[in-house]
Design a protein around this ligand. Structure first.
Ligand code: F6R
Length: 605
């Protein structure tokens, strides 16, 4: 959480910083600030609220060619101007993303020397750096500070007595460094600097970057200059722009077709299992799978469990990353731990990965962001290829995760000889249907817009289903609540009557997801039980189930989706519900891309 940007070069830096912060706002947006050098004096401007409010306070034409900026998602201390970054103490100004775990202890040590003003851990990190900088050169000071602080951090630093240089250090929080044509940057994410360059370096733990008009130098732990591998961002600048869509979320939902096509193009361009096997790790030695993730990634895992068990006969469990650490671990070489994460930086998932590795378990990351921590630390990685996702609520990346899990189910099923080559190839060919049907859903967007009108004034909704449909309910319900703030419950349809049904009142909207024929009648009965208590029912189902079981008109409305290979059915079931959540939030006038209290990349535990 929190976004960092830093710039030194020939441009007016305030403009670069504000533009960068706007692209990073998805990481946090309760306050923001910048520090810049003007005539050898470090000036700081901060504001609560979105970056726009900071921008309103700033004259972007101020002549300054070096500065650092920050957009915050509060962890220590309320969102306020005092707690906003940059923090200046002594002669040191810093912006920080992450958590300094030992800040209370350090604060006690430093309290006699420094007068702390904020409630943040960051101000303490600034003080420790400042303290060491008093009697050491800057590189040594940073090295000592890194030894002293524990926790996670990506920090950009400017010293009063060296106002034309930015230093950067990191551990466990993301930070990239770039240098092009006499301009250098630090940023939490490539999106912030894509306008200027798509080439970047990853700073590793213990390394220090020094950026000035003379260029970029990176030092290793022994403070020796090193050369690092340059990375090239494969997406394009349009990823960071709305391209005519009102919100990133809508743009990203419309991007789902491209995501499916990218995945096919990269892993099985001819819809052929032989290619897929070449491009995926071999799963045949594993008897068990545990999938770990948070939020939507966890929901993708729930779908994955169903697919792996039913298609590949693989015993699979799913765990929330934040709970995994409290579990007893049974080291088993025949178990594969799959970590799912869009950002690849989610602290809980990263910690789960480290625990699994400590226990000698094999790990596979299903990750969207290239070279992110989870991608780098997992034994194997499969990239989701969803491109840059900016809206805080995930849409296309979640579906990419589910599609990758479907492909793992196909590969595993083939490896275990449950299906033969022809079957495997015909399954893969069915992705074409998925793509065509998703196109139809997106063309029919107006339908979901109209449906949103029927429910947007309610304060509670339910999503109920059984089996794999329950997993989809979890995701649909999360989308609805996180962006529209309508309280939403996802419930296994059969479980509702064991307590929660007491929440159903006159006109409570209850959505039933029914994609499996064998359980259709049971879910329909559960829906009718809520109807008898006053609910208004909405159904999402396949054409076939609709024709066969939904003739009596007990529901308000129905979303009918095509029936496709069950391996991909979940994907076309979720897209309409993402659109519905989007239009409900829009009617309620909410800030869709940046819902309150949230941030896209949750790098705190
Ligand atoms: C919900 C959402 C979150 C993320 C979760 C995990 O729309 O986006 O629930 O899925 O925070 O994030 P990643 O996938 O980056 O680990």
């Amino acid at each position: 959480m929190c976004g960092i940007i830093g710039y030194v070069g020939n441009k007016k830096c305030l403009e670069v910083l504000i533009n960068g912060l706007k692209s990073l706002e998805y990481r946090g947006y309760d306050s923001s600030g910048i520090a810049y050098n003007q005539n050898n004096k470090i000036k700081i401007i901060k504001s609560t609220g979105k970056v726009q409010e900071l921008e309103n306070k700033i004259d972007k034409n101020i002549l300054s060619d070096i500065g650092i900026g920050h957009t915050r998602w509060a962890t220590h201390g309320i969102p306020s101007v005092i707690n906003a970054h940059p923090h200046h103490i002594g002669k040191t100004t810093i912006v920080h993303n992450g958590i300094i775990e030992n800040y209370i202890e350090l604060k006690k040590e430093l309290e006699k020397k420094y007068h702390f003003q904020s409630e943040t851990d960051t101000e303490v990190a600034a003080a420790i750096i400042d303290y060491y900088a008093q009697n050491n050169n800057k590189l040594e000071a940073l090295k000592k500070a890194m030894k002293k602080i524990t926790g996670s951090y990506a920090i950009g630093i400017i010293f009063d007595d060296e106002p034309e240089t930015i230093y950067a250090i990191r551990k466990d929080s993301p930070m990239i460094i770039a240098n092009k044509d006499n301009e250098s940057f630090i940023a939490s994410d490539i999106a912030a600097i894509l306008e200027y360059t798509n080439e970047y370096y990853l700073l590793d733990e213990g390394e220090i970057a020094k950026l000035s008009k003379n260029g970029l130098t990176i030092y290793n732990n022994d403070l020796q200059e090193i050369k690092k591998k340059i990375n090239i961002y494969q997406g394009n600048i349009n990823d960071a722009m709305k391209n005519g869509y009102e919100h990133f979320m809508l743009k990203e939902i419309h991007d789902e077709i491209n995501v499916y096509e990218n995945i096919v193009k990269s892993y099985c361009p001819n819809y052929n299992i032989d290619d897929l096997i070449k491009n995926f790790p071999n799963f045949s030695q594993y008897e068990k799978i545990k999938i770990i993730g948070c939020g939507s990634a966890y929901h993708a895992g729930m779908v994955g469990k169903y697919l792996l068990e039913n298609y590949a006969n693989m015993e699979t469990s799913v765990e929330m990353a934040s709970e995994y650490r409290y579990e007893k671990i049974f080291p088993n070489k025949k178990e594969l731990i799959i970590l799912i994460s869009q950002s690849g930086e989610t602290a809980d998932t990263l910690e789960a990965l480290r625990i699994a590795k400590k226990n000698n378990l094999d790990t596979l990351g299903i990750v969207n962001v290239n070279s992110s921590s989870i991608a780098r630390e997992s034994d194997n990685v499969i990239y989701c290829l969803a491109g840059c996702e900016i809206a805080v609520a995930t849409t296309k990346a979640y579906l990419a995760q589910v599609l990758i899990l479907s492909l793992i189910a196909i590969v595993s099923s083939y490896n275990k000889k449950i299906i033969n080559k022809d079957q495997a190839n015909s399954y893969l060919l069915d992705i074409k249907k998925l793509i065509n049907n998703t196109k139809e859903i997106l063309d029919n967007e107006k339908y979901y817009q109209n449906l949103a009108h029927k429910i947007y004034q309610n304060n509670i909704t339910f999503f109920i289903g059984r089996g794999i449909d329950y997993s989809l309910c979890m995701e649909a319900s999360l989308k609805m609540k996180e962006i529209s703030y309508i309280h939403s419950e996802a419930y296994p349809a059969g479980e509702l009557k064991h307590g929660t049904i007491s929440l159903i009142e006159e006109n409570t909207p209850v959505f039933g997801i029914i994609t499996e024929e064998e359980i259709a009648l049971k879910t329909i009965s559960n829906l009718k039980e809520t109807k008898a208590r006053g609910s208004k029912i909405y159904i999402i189902t396949t054409e076939k189930i609709y024709q066969k079981y939904l003739n009596d008109n007990f529901y308000e409305d129905v979303i009918i989706i095509k029936e496709i290979n069950p391996l991909f059915q979940s994907l076309i079931t979720i897209t309409p519900l993402q659109l519905l959540a989007y239009y409900v939030a829009k009617l309620r006038g909410e800030d869709i891309d940046k819902p309150r209290n949230l941030a896209k990349s949750v790098t705190v535990e």
